[in-house]
Design a binder for this molecule. Structure first.
Ligand code: EPZ
Length: 419
């Protein structure tokens, strides 16, 4: 397992560019299955999760070529072959191939992607929606088999605005017979990016970014090659922004879409962080102590759950007591124990964490339990008084492209130890 040796006492300074969004790239790569031809996807981040999705496409018979941050997928010869448990367990988002494989071939067999550190991650909403589109679903031995001669448009109302379920059903409806309406959908910016890609290959999708999607089914022959540019990663950008705040630095993050960061920036301003917003950039002037604030994670445009661990690290050093309520995932406080090892004063009661700000954090040996928890520990370690050793860095590599290089360019001192 790789480790990071992280020096404390950093004050980040300079400019850093956000990469393309992991959570926009993964559904677009999955959607390229629909298009029995070529898709050119630009601004693709160099992440482990993206590599896994590319491996899944190759496993299905796609030809995938990469040139820097441009990925070309030729899905002409894809077949709905079974996706093994080994592949599926490497990344939950592999389940995003469900809708496009079923829509194009009328058959798909995938292993359950399994839960992870942050929660059980069920797929009931995905499967219920596919059944409403006319699919027959069998679940046995840890596999999901979905079949349908041709899907038929339906009126679906999601129990909750699940990002993955919205994406899978949007993709499944592209080639369905008739019109599909999906209500109470996720409104994250990544859904708008997916809609734009689907429309660029010849789909007819409307409403992404609102509560209701409408998809008019087309035929496979209507789909055509297309190119798409992935939106910037609002969570990677947000992590840089919180890193600047926690280290009292002066950092400008470029290649951002500021409105995608609104829920985070509003909360940081409430905590007293100086933030200047440009057309495609955000500058943070950390001015030492932040004030305690309360946070409740919610579906977009609420405060993003993927920024909850990073904010907890920042609030561990705030003046006063903060309360964080995690409403999205049932087990997303694994980073609390690790922050406590660094001297943070945090109590967890169910889905609520009470963070009493302390004056300083000390270095410690800590472990990343998942992607964003790992990022939070990097931030805490950079702000701590002395060095920390962070283990299980593989979790971070899933969602942050060369994290140590980018933070060291801002003045951090992070050394990767491969052993
Ligand atoms: C996506 O996960 C993101 N991943 C997550 O980012 C993000 O935290 C999450 O959306 C919420 O914004 C990708 O886009 C690849 P959900 P997803 O379905 O689609 C429950 C990161 O760090 N649920 O919106 O899996 C589920 O258990 C990752 O980049 C059901 O109950 O999230 C959870 O409690 C972590 N039944 C809630 O909904 C279902 O059928 C939200 O999950 C589906 C979901």
């Amino acid at each position: 397992m790789h480790k990071f040796m992280i020096a404390g006492g950093s004050h980040l300074k300079g400019t850093v560019r956000a990469s393309g969004s992991k959570n926009a790239t993964l559904p677009v790569l999955a959607a390229s299955i629909l298009n029995a031809g070529k898709s050119v996807i630009k601004e693709v981040p160099g992440l482990v999760d993206v590599s896994v999705m590319k491996d899944v496409l190759v496993h299905l018979g796609a030809r995938v070529s990469c040139e820097k941050d441009v990925v070309e997928v030729d899905s002409s010869d894809i077949q709905p072959v079974e996706i093994s448990e080994e592949l599926m367990r490497r990344m939950r988002a592999s389940n995003l191939v469900l809708g496009s494989l079923l829509g194009r071939f009328g058959y798909v067999k995938i292993s359950y992607p399994g839960g992870c550190q942050i929660g059980s991650r069920p797929m009931n909403l995905h499967l219920k929606g596919l059944q409403m589109l006319g699919a027959t679903i069998h679940e046995k031995y840890g596999y999901i088999i979905a079949e349908a001669k041709r899907l038929t448009g339906a009126d679906i109302h999601l129990d909750l605005p699940s990002v993955g379920a919205t994406e899978n059903l949007m993709m499944a409806a592209i080639l369905a017979d008739g019109v599909t309406t999906i209500r109470n959908v996720a409104k994250e910016p990544e859904l708008v990016c997916l809609q734009n890609y689907l429309n660029s290959i010849g789909g007819h999708v409307m409403g992404a970014g609102t509560d209701t999607l409408k998809i008019e089914g087309v035929h496979l022959s209507d789909l055509k090659p297309a190119a798409c540019t992935v939106i910037p990663d609002r969570i990677e950008a947000g992590t840089y922004i919180v890193a600047a705040a926690i280290t009292g630095g002066d950092v400008t993050v470029v290649n951002v879409i500021p409105e995608h960061l609104d829920p985070l920036l509003a909360k940081l301003r409430e905590a007293g962080v100086n933030i200047a917003v440009g057309a495609n950039d955000v500058r943070v002037l950390g001015n030492g102590k932040v004030k305690a604030v309360d946070i409740k994670t919610m579906p977009y445009p609420g405060f993003p759950t993927d920024m909850q661990p990073q904010m907890m690290a920042l609030l561990s050093l705030a003046e006063g007591t903060s309360v964080i309520t995690e409403t999205i995932f049932e087990n997303r406080f694994k980073h609390v124990g690790e922050l406590q090892r660094m001297g943070a004063d945090i109590k967890v009661e169910g889905r609520t964490a009470i963070i009493k700000g302390v004056n300083r954090l000390s270095g410690a040996n800590v472990e990343a339990s998942d992607l964003r928890a790992g990022a939070a520990l990097v931030l805490a370690a950079m702000a701590a008084d002395d060095n920390s050793l962070l283990d299980n860095v593989e979790h971070i590599d899933r969602g942050y492209d060369q994290l140590e290089d980018k933070y060291n360019a801002l003045g951090a001192r992070i050394i990767r130890i491969n052993n």
